[in-house]
Design a protein around this ligand. Sequence first.
Ligand code: TYC
Length: 131
Amino acid sequence: MQRTSLLDRMKFMATKNPSKPPAPYNQPARGDDSGSVVLERRTQKTKPPQMYQVVMLNDDYTPMEFVVVVIQEFFNKDRETATQIMLKIHLDGKAVCGIYSKDVAATKVDQVQEAAKQAGHPLQCVSEPVE
Ligand code: TYC
């Protein structure tokens, strides 16, 4: 009995000849004319952007209520969360109010310092890279 080879059976099953797919972006394909494609493994090239945490500092003079409102207003926290953050600053000396891209974090610091200055309070906050 005549047995068909695996290759013959594969040809029979194929509806059309395989065409070479285009090389995907960031992952070049090495091909020859045999129709086979080898994908090279690459380590990831783009790192996620450095993020910055806005840390608010305690002082002895700024009213607690002012700090709570500032945290609600500029860091989009509800009153309960803002109160918890304010109390953490009061007890620990500082706390993170939010994590942002570099530009947004710098803007938050400016907004807080401008509001504190306008109100005549010494409230301070800083932006620092998240490790
Ligand atoms: N320690 C301040 C007080 O007792 C309250 C306060 C909390 C100030 C947080 C600053 O970032 C701050 N009135």
